[in-house]
Design a protein around this ligand. Structure first.
Ligand code: ARG
Length: 498
């Protein structure tokens, strides 16, 4: 009991200490550099979304401009609000949408060169390109594109294009749903809206196809389209010569410019903690993003653990049998190779490879892909757990069994394994806990798990901290419950020792 209290006190101390260190760091962070126009971006700390034209433009500035690349525009905006950036460069309409949500920010009226938006389609898919271009021309002629522009860009009128074709062949569109007013989530719903989204519905209808939208990281879209994961990408894509080398662009549908966002200076945004909580979770039922994410996280973890335990057990048997009596050479070789690869590469890379390479052309649910990826990964660690459990059972018992004339299989199943399993149960349960936390990278394949649920809330509210803390607390609570259960298990096992 005493020992537990000590650990608890140490943990609390450690947490307090880290919070203190972090705040000191923040307070001493480098001081600002006023950005008043494009020229003064030089030498400033400028945030951009990774892989965008904003990124290329700012990276091309000379003289020590400190470019900070973020996965999401909203993350750059948050960092600017915290005073850790001097400016953010992002597409003009998107800048307007962000500034509308953040009264303490403003846009500098100094535009970059004009850019044109178009969709992206794989180089070899000229058939689709022709069809899409024809559909876009028709939508232009029918005035539908203009009406959508009025709704989303000019803020007059309330025309919306409702999807009509809901069955038949699917047109898979990849998009990074983080870019209002072109593609974003609204009103707590998990269905994307925005100009690009409704235009894509209209195009799919013209093609007599059903539209399916895949939400993925912006800098992964061209790859997804090239690898056939998606047929088309609409995501506020600027036409550039560089991109033309690897992808075909559809007709242009929008003209815009990059804009510079800076802090108005002075006052904070005046939101109380209560407001922030309300905005993050209650408003528009945003907690639903966390709930549905949590469900996915739990499903993935449980099934991956099952795969891991079963497969891990089999691998361990192969390895031990080989070590004991030299049988199963080939299987042992495969098992060793498997362990080496899985344990020698990062989980995230494995997940991406399984999704984007192995299942590239297979129509399979992302949850299933994640279950397979995490299951295969966990199996490698579980195998070593089982193996060490089996090895820990005194080798003398093998010999004793042997001396009594029992076969290897009998010794294994009736003497060794029952003890081994008991030994390794806690280790297996601990792997369960690690796995739960590891699944937080599922967002990289566009799967909405608990972490991604929090990220969606951040991208809607631009509230940097609260969704992250909430997600952390939810993981922590689950882990604490599991840890407690493992503790009980260990006690129970120790009790029936004799
Ligand atoms: N127009 C810029 C580009 O093509 C930014 C697009 C970012 N889109 C997004 N959905 N985040 O690079």
């Amino acid at each position: 009991m005493k020992k537990k209290n000590k650990i608890f006190r140490q943990t609390v101390l450690l947490v307090l200490l880290s919070v203190f260190v972090l705040s000191v760091f923040t307070a001493c962070g480098s001081k600002g550099h006023a950005v008043t126009d494009k020229a003064s971006l030089t030498g400033a700390r400028v945030g951009v979304q990774i892989g965008t034209t904003g990124d290329t433009d700012v990276s091309a500035l000379k003289h020590g401009t400190k470019v900070q690349r973020f996965d999401k525009g909203a993350d750059a905006i948050n960092t600017l609000k915290q005073g850790k950036l001097d400016a953010v460069v992002i597409d003009g309409e998107v800048a307007k949408a962000f500034v509308k949500q953040n009264p303490d920010l403003k846009i500098l009226e100094e535009p970059f060169e004009t850019e044109e938006y178009a969709g992206v389609i794989a180089k070899d898919n000229t058939e689709l390109l022709d069809k899409v271009n024809k559909a876009m021309q028709e939508l232009q002629d029918e005035g539908i594109l203009d009406k959508l522009k009025d709704t989303y860009i000019n803020e007059k009128g309330d025309y919306h294009y409702k999807e009509k074709v809901t069955s038949g062949d699917t047109l898979v569109m990849a998009s990074s749903i983080d870019f209002p007013p072109y593609e974003y989530f609204d009103n707590g719903s998990s269905t994307p809206v925005g100009f690009d989204v409704e235009m894509a519905y209209a195009i799919a209808d013209k093609l007599g196809m059903k539209l399916e939208i895949q939400n993925i990281q912006f800098d992964a879209i061209i790859n997804a389209v090239n690898s056939g994961k998606a047929d088309i990408g609409f995501s506020g894509f600027t036409v550039t010569e560089e991109r033309k080398k690897s992808i075909n662009f559809t007709s242009n549908y929008m003209e815009t410019q990059q804009a510079i966002i800076v802090q108005k200076g002075g006052a904070g945004n005046g939101q109380s903690f209560g407001d922030k909580l309300y905005n993050s979770f209650i408003k528009d039922h945003r907690f639903n993003y966390l709930l549905s994410g949590l469900v996915n996280t739990i499903i993935i973890t449980i099934f991956a653990v099952l795969i891991g335990v079963v497969l891990g057990f089999l691998i361990a048997l192969v390895r031990v049998t080989h070590d004991k009596n030299g049988n199963l050479k080939v299987l042992n070789f495969i098992a060793k190779l498997y362990l080496t690869i899985v344990r020698g590469t990062p989980m995230m890379i494995q997940l991406l490879i399984i999704y984007f390479v192995i299942f590239a052309s297979v129509d399979i649910s992302k949850v299933l892909v994640a279950i397979i990826a995490f299951g295969l990964n966990s199996a490698a660690y579980q195998a070593e757990n089982f193996r060490s459990g089996i090895m820990a059972v005194d080798a003398g018992q093998f010999e004793a069994g042997h001396a009594l004339g029992l076969k290897y299989g009998t010794v294994m199943t009736s003497i060794i394994l029952p003890q081994a399993v008991k030994n390794v149960l806690p280790a297996i349960a601990n792997e369960f806990i690690s796995l739960l936390k590891e699944t937080s990278i599922s967002g990289y394949i566009g799967l909405q798990d608990l972490t991604q649920g929090g990220m969606i809330i951040r991208s809607i509210t631009y509230e940097a901290m609260i969704p992250l803390l909430a997600v952390a607390v939810i993981y922590l609570v689950i882990v604490l419950i599991l840890t407690w259960l493992v503790g009980k298990l260990e006690k129970a096992l120790r009790k029936n020792e004799r």
